[in-house]
Ligand binder design. Structure first.
Ligand code: FNR
Length: 370
C-alpha cells in the first residue's frame, strides 16, 4: 500500500488516508441578516462531494469568529449559537462521506472587509458608503495603500476577540466537527500579531517574539483549558513571508529558528499538528510558485519542532505526493485547487498508485441495467 493511502491517527481521531482537502473559501454565504454566514446548499454540495470523493479529511474554509473578522461579506461565520445547526449539517455530510470533518477558525484583521477577489470594500458609514466595515489590527498599518488603515485594537478588544475564538471553537465542536484548525497564516489577524512587520505595539502584545506570540498563546491555553483535551487542535502557519533577504534582515522577521521555538511552545500548550503554508502578510512580494514550492518549509518546520505537519501548494501528481511522505517531508499532503475541479481525485490517485480506491459503498452496488 502507498503511504498516501495509509490510515493516519491524530489525537485519537482516525483518518482513512493522508490526502486531505485544505480550507478554501467559497464566498457564497449570505451577507446580511440573522442568516449571515450560514452554510447553504452550495457548501453542502461542495463539501459533501469532496468527502465522498475519498479525501481523508475535509477542512471547511476560513470561518469567521465575528462579522468584523470576515475576509469578505460572504464568508461562513460561527459567531452565534443559533448557527450551530447549519454547521452540524455540514459536519454530518462530511462524515457520511467517510472523511474526518475539520474546520478552520479565523479573524481577518486588517485584511477583512474585502471583495472575494481581494479589493478593499469601503465601510458603510464612509463617504463612499460601501458594504464594508472598519477593520481592526494589532497596529494601524494598512495592508496596501488602497486599504483604509485598520484601527489599533485596545486591550479590552483583544480579550473580546480571544473569547470569540474560544466560542467559535466550542460551536464547531458542538456542531460535530472532529478537529479545529486555527488560521495563523496568510496575513490574517493571528499572523498580524506574530510578525514584527505588522505588530508595532509597545504593550505586552508587541515587542519581542514572546510579546508578539502572547495573543496565540492565550488563545491556545484558553481553548485547551475551557474546551478540554479531547480533540485535535491544528494551526495553519505561513512559514515565510517571502521578503527579499535584505528586507527580511532589516525587519527581523520570524526566522525558521524562531518557528522551531514557536512550534515547541505550541506543542506544550496543546496544539497537535501544523499545517504549513506561506505568504499573505506583505503585498507585492514575489512568490516562486512552482510544483511543491512550499514543501521544503513543511519539512523544515517538522524537523525543527516536535509536531507532525502537512505540506500543501501545487502538489498535483500522486507520485509527487507519495514522494513527500516517503522521504519524511510531511505526515500528510493537502491538495486544494485540483480538488475544486475533480472532487473524486483521491479515487483516481489511489488507482494510479496501485491501491484500492476509497469508493463509497453505494457506488459499488448493483449490476448494470439496460
Ligand atoms: C484558498 N486557500 C485558503 N487557505 C486558508 O488557509 N483558508 C482559506 O479559507 C483559503 N481559501 C482559499 C480559497 C481558494 C479558492 C483557494 C484556491 C485557496 C489556500 C489553500 O488552502 C491552499 O493552501 C492553496 O490553494 C495551495 O494549495 P493548492 O491549491 O496549490 O493545492
Amino acid at each position: 500500500m502507498s503511504r498516501l493511502f495509509e490510515p493516519y491517527e491524530l489525537h485519537g481521531v482516525k483518518f482513512r488516508n493522508r490526502l486531505w482537502m485544505p480550507p478554501m473559501c467559497q464566498f457564497t454565504a449570505s451577507s446580511e441578516g440573522p442568516s449571515a454566514g450560514w452554510p447553504n446548499d452550495w457548501h453542502e454540495v461542495h463539501y459533501g462531494a469532496r468527502a465522498a470523493g475519498g479525501v481523508g479529511a475535509v477542512i471547511v474554509e476560513a470561518t469567521a469568529v465575528s462579522p468584523e473578522g470576515r475576509i469578505s461579506p460572504f464568508d461562513l461565520m460561527l459567531d452565534r449559537d443559533e448557527k450551530i445547526p447549519g454547521f452540524a449539517r455540514l459536519a454530518n455530510l462530511i462524515k457520511e462521506g467517510g472523511a474526518v470533518a475539520g474546520i478552520q477558525i479565523s479573524h481577518a484583521g486588517r485584511k477583512a472587509s474585502a471583495s472575494p477577489s481581494g479589493t478593499p470594500l469601503a465601510p458603510e458609514n464612509s463617504t463612499l458608503g460601501g458594504i464594508g466595515w472598519q477593520t481592526v489590527a494589532p497596529s494601524p498599518l494598512p495592508f496596501t495603500p488602497r486599504h483604509e488603515p485598520p484601527r489599533e485594537l485596545t486591550l479590552a478588544e483583544i480579550k473580546k476577540i480571544q473569547t470569540q475564538f474560544i466560542e467559535a471553537t466550542r460551536r464547531a465542536l458542538d456542531a460535530g466537527f472532529e478537529f479545529v484548525e486555527l488560521h495563523g497564516a496568510h496575513g490574517y489577524l493571528l499572523h498580524q500579531f506574530l510578525s514584527p512587520l505588522t505588530n508595532h505595539r509597545v504593550d505586552e502584545y508587541g515587542g519581542d517574539l514572546e510579546g508578539r506570540f502572547r495573543f496565540w498563546k492565550e488563545i491556545v491555553v484558553m481553548i485547551r483549558g475551557e474546551l478540554g483535551n479531547k480533540f485535535p487542535l491544528l494551526m495553519r502557519i505561513s512559514a515565510t513571508n517571502w521578503l527579499p533577504q535584505a528586507q527580511f534582515e532589516m525587519r527581523r522577521d520570524v526566522t525558521l529558528e524562531d518557528w522551531g521555538k514557536i512550534v515547541t511552545e505550541l506543542a506544550r500548550l496543546g496544539v497537535d499538528f501544523i499545517d504549513v503554508s506561506t505568504g499573505g502578510l506583505v503585498d507585492g512580494v514575489t512568490v516562486p510558485e512552482a510544483p511543491g514550492y512550499q514543501v521544503k518549509y513543511a519539512s523544515e518546520i517538522q524537523n525543527r519542532g516536535p509536531l507532525p505537519v502537512s505540506a500543501v501548494g501545487m502538489i498535483t501528481e500522486p507520485a509527487q505526493a507519495e514522494q513527500i511522505l516517503v522521504t519524511g517531508g510531511a505526515s500528510v499532503v493537502e491538495v486544494g485547487r485540483p480538488l475544486l475541479t475533480d472532487p473524486s481525485l483521491p479515487l483516481a490517485w489511489a488507482t494510479r498508485l496501485g491501491d484500492e480506491a476509497p469508493v463509497p459503498e453505494p457506488y459499488t452496488r448493483g449490476t448494470p441495467r439496460i
